[in-house]
Design a protein around this ligand. Structure first.
Ligand code: UGA
Length: 438
């Protein structure tokens, strides 16, 4: 088993570090942020990810997982270094690679003997070669190294199981020596015959963007279909159920909603379009998916306004769900952000509840009244909007909720609730693509 450094302790770095330690490797997760590292050392994971606390604690206990801010020392002692730093969106949709560049510089300066440098961060196609040049420049020929592109396919909220039981591992390299080493790092996955795609660096980098953009396209398509169903009397649930029975389509990522969000799809679709444009290629389908997603977010506010008979001014509204999806506390690019902005413009009094994301949304919208339960949030409100697909919203006691509200008006932007039941209890309601179901 191998000695590994993971640079970056965000959700990719931490999940990958703990996961690789669980595979038997000796892993040090490093970060420049001292406060963050000392928090993690104290057992405090800076974000909510189911199962991660246990995975980290288990591997710290065995001594295979540790944390450090001394990146140089850790790099010197490692056989493989994984770059898992953030790549935020810069102007014009391109990815900002300054953290990747910094990581490459430190690796180069501390290249004492042969190392494999693998990139987990989502980086533009061609970044592998860029990292190679930075390391070369800073290592001044002291030792050899090889580059690998090893993109991650971790979903927030399911990242631990996605890492431990992946549906594929992608390894892009031009070196047999590096491949042999990385096979050791992922030994348990090779043994249990996880599908491995071994290819060149550019192909591996492209696979990551191609996969995320495809899923974004699928969601935007189903959102547009749902909007059509609203107008033509069809039920999107039955439409997608029937579509999914065709194995070529599959039921995954066929759920209409308020638009995709998070730290990946919005950023990666734009970055892919940007990279293609630079090479003279027009990705019309991905561009359309991005536009459709913007439209979907505005459709949420439009539908709410219509449901409220264009009388939203100064009303009290409950927003159930703030995270961009369930099982995470992440609110980055959450479709709830444009909704809260709109409600603020209308002078509404907002009562919000999310099982995990209240604190993160409060940093962006301090004036919202954050509640600790569904019941507390809906008390006395003129309408409620369900924005995130948390299980506890699916199971809510609608009769009780109706009693607590000032008016029984509800917009289910995730299609979690039964239209028949809402109707029976006397709600005036809306959903996404199921207007005909009563
Ligand atoms: C996504 C990919 O699914 C991961 O494979 C990838 O590794 C990750 O990006 C990344 O690049 O790091 P994530 O953004 O965590 O993962 O979440 P998803 O589960 O993909 O959901 C993304 C958005 O699409 C959410 O806003 C979700 O609510 C929305 N969505 C998803 C729908 O609206 N409908 C669906 O049917 C599925």
């Amino acid at each position: 088993m191998k000695k590994i450094t993971i640079i970056g302790t965000g959700y990719v770095g931490l999940v990958s570090g703990a996961g690789l330690a669980d595979f038997g490797n000796e892993v040090v997760c490093v970060d420049i942020n001292k406060e963050k590292v000392s928090q993690i050392e104290d057992g405090i994971i800076p974000f909510y990810e189911p199962g991660l606390n246990e995975l980290v604690a288990r591997n710290v206990e065995t001594g295979r997982l540790s944390f450090s801010t001394n990146i140089g020392e850790s790099v010197q002692e490692s056989e493989a270094v994984f770059i898992a730093v953030w790549t935020p969106m810069g102007n014009d949709g391109e990815a900002d690679l300054s953290a990747v560049e910094d990581a490459g510089r430190v690796i180069g300066q501390n290249l004492t003997d042969y190392k494999v440098v693998a990139t987990k961060s989502t980086v533009p196609i061609g970044t592998g070669e860029f990292i190679r040049s930075i390391i070369r420049e800073n290592s001044k020929g002291r030792a050899e190294f090889d580059i690998i592109s090893n993109p991650e396919f971790l979903r927030e909220g399911a990242a631990v199981s996605d890492f431990m039981i992946p549906n594929r591992v992608v390894i892009g390299t031009d070196s047999e020596r590096a491949l042999a080493l990385i096979k050791e790092v992922y030994r348990p996955l090779f043994i249990n015959e996880t599908p491995m795609v071994i290819t060149n660096i550019q192909t591996a980098e492209t696979i990551k963007y191609a996969s995320n953009a495809f899923l974004a396209v699928k969601i935007s398509y189903v959102n547009e279909l749902a909007n059509l169903c609203d107008e033509n009397g069809a039920d999107i649930h039955t439409v997608t159920r029937a579509m999914a029975l065709d194995g070529r389509i599959s039921s995954k990522f066929l759920h209409p909603g308020p638009g995709y969000g998070g730290s990946c799809f919005p950023k990666d679709t734009k970055a892919l379009v940007h990279q293609a444009k630079e090479r003279g290629v027009n990705l019309e389908v991905v561009k359309a998916a991005i536009r459709a997603n913007e439209f979907q977010k505005s459709r949420v506010t439009e539908k709410l306004e219509r449901l409220m008979k264009n009388d939203l001014d100064n009303k009290t509204i409950a927003v159930l769900g703030l995270a961009f999806k369930a099982n995470t506390d992440d609110v980055r690019e959450s479709p709830v952000i444009p909704l809260l902005t709109f409600l603020a413009e209308k002078g509404c009094n907002v009562r919000a509840y999310d099982p995990k994301a209240n604190k993160n949304m409060a940093k962006l919208f301090p004036d919202v009244n954050y509640c600790s339960s569904i019941e507390e949030a809906v008390k006395g409100v003129d309408a409620a909007v369900v924005m995130t697909e948390w299980h506890e919203f699916r199971g809510m006691d609608l009769a009780r909720v109706g009693e607590l509200m000032n008016e029984k008006v509800l917009f289910d932007a995730r299609n979690l609730l039964s239209p028949n039941e809402l109707n029976r209890i006397g709600f005036r309601f809306e959903n996404i693509g199921r207007s005909s179901v009563r």
